[in-house]
Design a protein around this ligand. Structure first.
Ligand code: MLC
Ligand code: AMP
Length: 503
């Protein structure tokens, strides 16, 4: 038995549509056995064994998704990496995870070979071609699925932290199955559903929430390489559901064709990964007659809470905890559980909660309370109706277009530049990305590099989404009596920077 692979492939009938490709071609559930079989044979030939990591940094394609399924089927551990990561960032992930095989875009192959030593490297491009597929096409379709336990790892997803060092969240077969089955039930996914899949598949949202839920329900997806609002609108007539980050919804609202008529076949719009503004929720309802269902999760836990399918979907809240998830609000310092309505640290416990950070037992231990409660780093409260409201973050984190950026990681790079005394990286309200990464650099009143020069120096070091949208210069950073940089004050001082929608 391979718990995750079996769960994802057993519901649908062989003739049911699994995925409509970007070029209009289709993959049916009955095709999956042979397609993933060839890939799993290819991986095994390259030496991949049960428990080995397979690191994958490739553009989104159906083959990329098949590779995920093949890795799981081969008993190995899928390790997806954001396509925006630079070589400098990749070197850390690969060094830390020690994958048996790295799969990358052909354009990145030469650079990656230089950083991986003797590790096997295979390629896969956006069109689903490359040395991996050449190898797979020469393999038999039959593959003896590798048996695994629910407690075995299925994936490692890297997530950065306040110290700037990324941690690999270890997700087990059991974690992913529990969350997928709960969500299928809660969100009423059935084989009749068609999801527009426009999220990246290197993160929990597009990979596990969208794909695992669709597959566990035996439903279908229209698979797009990336989000394009006009294109999504043109597909809505053939779909029943959409999952997206808030930027999807603000961009859809800019489309004149977004009307109740256009959305009449849709039964569910879901938002998550970043706060959905109550005004976006209301504007979407006014325009379409549909109330977006907002849910809350994270890499380490999958989904924790969701607004209800039936019942009130309350704007500005993320709904009650999922049926199998326990959630409490605790004092951030002491961990003492707080009374209803008080603001504190959100802590969760349940079958969805990860198995710890890869090779970081101390870091893992410090993020759990006794009894197995995981400290999310999000601040929130629970109202009388049992709905969770996220009111802020205890962690110094910026979420830009649904992607996390830890200021420390950007500050370290800026502080290394000549003429910089120190820097503070903050998130400011942005009409498109929700929050925009913004750097404030202290120069001590001395001559300094220009904004363009700072940005070009960062381009090689940091993924594009982590690079500041603007760089501001000040003589000194404001500090409190304890000598700590006052980021809240900086955020206040520059609050309107992107108000006109520039940058
Ligand atoms: C792209 N850019 C971004 C960005 N995405 N900058 C900041 N933040 C982002 N999220 C850069 C591009 O490189 C480009 O730079 C410029 O901004 C404008 O690009 P664009 O064409 O407008 O961007 P686009 O490709 O349309 O991407 C925007 C987006 C995408 C919002 C559609 O980022 C996206 O799909 N985000 C979803 C991320 C996600 O899946 N998060 C889930 C994490 S899991 P230039 O200057 O080169 O043009 C999780 C748990 C949970 O959080 O609860 O789900
Ligand atoms: P990640 O580490 O990429 O998985 O991001 C997880 C973080 O995204 C959470 O800890 C929250 O801070 C944030 N998040 C996810 N969903 C929501 C939501 N619906 N509202 C507000 N924040 C959210």
């Amino acid at each position: 038995m391979n718990p995750l692979f079996d769960t994802l492939t057993r519901t649908a009938a062989p003739g049911d549509l699994f995925l409509e490709r970007p070029d209009g071609g289709v993959i049916r559930y009955g095709d999956l056995d042979g397609l993933t079989g060839r890939l799993a044979n290819a991986l095994t030939r390259e030496g991949v064994k049960a428990g080995d990591r397979v690191a994958v940094q490739v553009e989104k394609s159906p083959e990329n998704l098949l590779l995920y399924l093949a890795v799981v089927r081969a008993g190995a551990v899928f390790l997806p990496l954001n396509t925006a990561y630079t070589l400098a960032e990749l070197a850390y992930f690969i060094g830390d995870a020690e994958p048996a095989v790295v799969v990358c875009d052909p354009s990145a192959e030469a650079g990656i070979r230089e950083i991986v030593g003797g590790t096997r490297v295979l390629t896969l491009d956006a069109a689903g071609k490359g040395s991996l597929m050449t190898l797979a096409s020469a393999q038999p379709e039959t593959f003896g699925t590798v048996a695994r336990e629910a407690s075995d790892l299925a994936a490692i997803c890297y997530t950065s932290g306040t110290t700037g060092r990324s941690k690999g969240a270890m997700l087990t077969h059991g974690n992913l199955i529990a969350n997928a089955l709960t969500l299928v039930d809660l969100w009423r996914f059935t084989p009749g559903d068609v999801l527009i899949h426009a999220l990246p598949i290197y993160h929990v949202h597009g990979l596990f929430v969208a794909t695992n839920v669709v597959m566990a329900a035996g439903a279908a997806m229209i698979f797009r390489p990336k989000f394009d609002a006009a294109e999504v609108l043109s597909l809505i007539a053939r779909a029943t559901s959409l999952m997206g980050v808030p930027t999807f919804y603000t961009r859809l609202l800019d489309q004149p064709g977004l009307t109740p008529e256009a959305c009449k076949g849709m039964r569910l719009f879901i938002s998550g990964s970043a706060p959905l503004l109550a005004e976006t929720h209301r504007a979407f309802e006014t325009r379409t007659g549909q109330r977006i269902l907002e849910r809350y999760g994270m890499t380490e836990t999958g989904m924790n809470t969701s607004n209800p399918y039936d019942g009130e979907r309350v704007a500005g809240t993320v709904g009650p905890p999922l049926p199998d998830v326990e959630l409490r609000i605790a004092d951030p310092e002491t961990g003492a559980v707080l009374a209803g309505g008080e603001i504190g640290m959100i802590e969760v416990k349940g079958p969805n909660v990860f198995a710890g950070y890869w090779r970081m037992p101390e870091k893992t231990a410090s993020e759990f309370r006794p009894g197995g409660w995981f400290i999310t780093g999000d601040l929130g409260k629970i109202d009388e109706a049992g709905y969770v409201q996220i009111v802020g973050r205890g962690k110094d984190l910026i979420i830009s277009g649904g992607l996390n950026v830890y200021p420390k990681e950007v500050e370290v790079e800026i502080d290394a530049l000549p003429g910089v005394v120190e820097s503070a990286v903050i998130g400011l309200a942005h009409p498109d990305f929700g929050e925009a990464v913004t750097a404030v650099i202290a120069t001590g009143g001395k001559a300094h590099a220009s904004e363009a020069e700072v940005l070009s120096a960062l381009a090689e070091r940091l993924a594009r989404f982590k690079q500041p949208k603007r760089v501001l210069f000040v003589d000194d950073l404001p500090r409190n009596a304890m000598g700590k940089v006052q980021k809240a004050l900086l955020r206040e001082q520059h609050a309107g920077l992107y108000a006109s929608g520039d940058a």
